[in-house]
Ligand binder design. Structure first.
Ligand code: ADP
Ligand code: MG
Length: 400
């Protein structure tokens, strides 16, 4: 059931309490990636342009329930103000103290206020009702636009909207868009539907494989997780990363793929490094078996060719997990080529959905984010949505 959105909600003169996800990377007081702030702009604009009062709340980092200067949202308030081209009030060091409450009460139509880090209170992670009641008192309308946090039952995600029962509780435009792509678009995907999986661990992606495989025509597996599958097939994988306790799961997935007639492709050649990866690493391209002393750190050229050929024909593509250690240039080519192939398929009319924090970072690094239909702002949340999970923070919102 689609959820009511902020665009369909009366906001003029109302205090609109918006949970955003401003959990952005900060180094030396500077935001190094402001995508999450930029992604919240449509919702904020929608409220203030119609005369609503935007009261924003977010967490940042893991301050464990007490004030930590390095986890202050002050840099986010400053960046948001630059992006909006108007002042953003940032009243106090405590989201529930008298100064914060007074600033909320004094906010005028069309103005924006950001509360300090919710996680400076232990009640946020605990889902505490008394803490939630204080935040709930700030709003006439509740908006969930914190997609990156929407899989978590934190107070601001669940207890606050629960405490606001009877008032409008709606989804923000970012959350609406993420659900549209990560859940609705792949419920009945245009075929061929190709799922590309990679990254660090099979265990992280098991739920995603199981949920998507019944609908997928092809599954392309690269990254470290491929080695658990190759090991399950009895291949020599040298010192590549293998999850011994997942080999049985990998065997089960391979059998399931065969019975569902889903084409599951694994790497047939590998760019390997010796164990001393990082500093001068000896690299070596091998086909099939990887000798001891080497680990597979990227998919090789033939694999890239095979994956690209499948992607070229795809009409719907979901990609989660890099094909190799793309952070190091000598092992980034597989991820880059797959990203290019997906971008090309998208230009030719395919729908492409990219999820996962590192995968999104890779696509951004290659300058291809704009070429994809949708690059999710959620890391863990996007993966859980691709597993078909329902989020309480979304379920409790008003239906459209
Ligand atoms: P995402 O955040 O997109 O879900 P993951 O967190 O699952 O992706 O995996 C990303 C990490 O996997 C990257 O840091 C990358 O370096 C690592 N990785 C990819 N391929 C390999 C490999 N063959 N061996 C070791 N690590 C790998
Ligand atoms: Mg990751």
């Amino acid at each position: 059931m689609p959820k009511k959105t902020i665009a369909a909600t009366e906001v003029s003169g109302k205090r609109v309490l918006i949970r955003v996800d401003f959990n952005v990377p900060i180094e030396d007081g500077k935001i190094t990636d402001d995508r999450r702030i930029a992604s919240a702009l449509p919702t904020i604009q929608s409220v203030i342009s119609r005369g609503g009062r935007a009261i924003l709340m977010s967490h940042l980092g893991r301050p464990e329930g007490e004030f930590q200067a390095e986890d202050s949202l002050a840099p986010a308030a400053k960046r948001l103000s630059e992006l909006l081209g108007k002042p953003v009030a940032f009243p106090s060091q405590d989201c529930t103290d008298a100064a914060a409450a007074a600033a909320v009460a004094n906010l005028k139509n069309g103005e924006v206020l950001l509360l300090e880090n919710l996680r400076f209170h232990k009640g946020e992670k605990k889902g505490d009702a008394a803490f939630a009641a204080k935040l709930a008192a700030y709003g006439d309308v509740y908006v969930n636009d914190a997609f990156g946090t929407s899989h978590r039952p934190d107070a601001s995600m669940v207890a606050v909207p629960q405490a606001m029962a009877g008032k409008p509780r709606v989804s923000g435009l970012l959350v609406e868009k993420e659900i549209k792509f990560l859940a609705e678009a792949i419920a009945k995907p245009a075929k061929p539907f190709v799922v590309v999986l990679g990254g660090a661990k099979v265990s992280d992606k098991m739920g995603c494989i199981e949920h998507l495989m019944p609908k997928a025509d092809s599954i392309l597996i690269g990254g470290a997780m491929a080695y658990t599958f190759l090991k399950a097939l009895g291949r020599q994988v040298g010192d590549s990363r293998v999850e011994q306790d997942r080999i049985a799961d990998a065997e089960r997935i391979l059998d399931l793929a065969a019975s569902l007639k889903c084409d599951l492709l694994l790497p047939t050649d590998h760019v390997c490094g010796n164990q001393f990866i990082g500093s001068p690493s000896q690299t070596k391209v091998v086909e099939d078996d990887i000798p001891d002393g080497f680990m597979g750190l990227d998919i090789g050229m033939s694999t890239q060719g095979a994956f690209t050929a499948v992607l070229r024909k795809a009409k719907t593509i979901v990609w989660n997990g890099p094909m190799g250690v793309f952070e190091w240039s000598q092992f980034s080519q597989g991820t880059h080529q797959v990203a290019k192939a997906i971008a090309q398929a998208t230009t030719n009319g395919a729908l492409s959905i990219v999820g996962g924090g590192d995968t999104a970072a890779a696509v951004e690094k290659f300058g291809l984010a704009d070429k994809m239909t949708h690059v999710s702002t959620g890391g863990g949340a996007s993966l859980e949505m691709l597993e078909g999970k329902k989020f309480e923070s979304v379920e409790l919102l008003d239906n459209a």
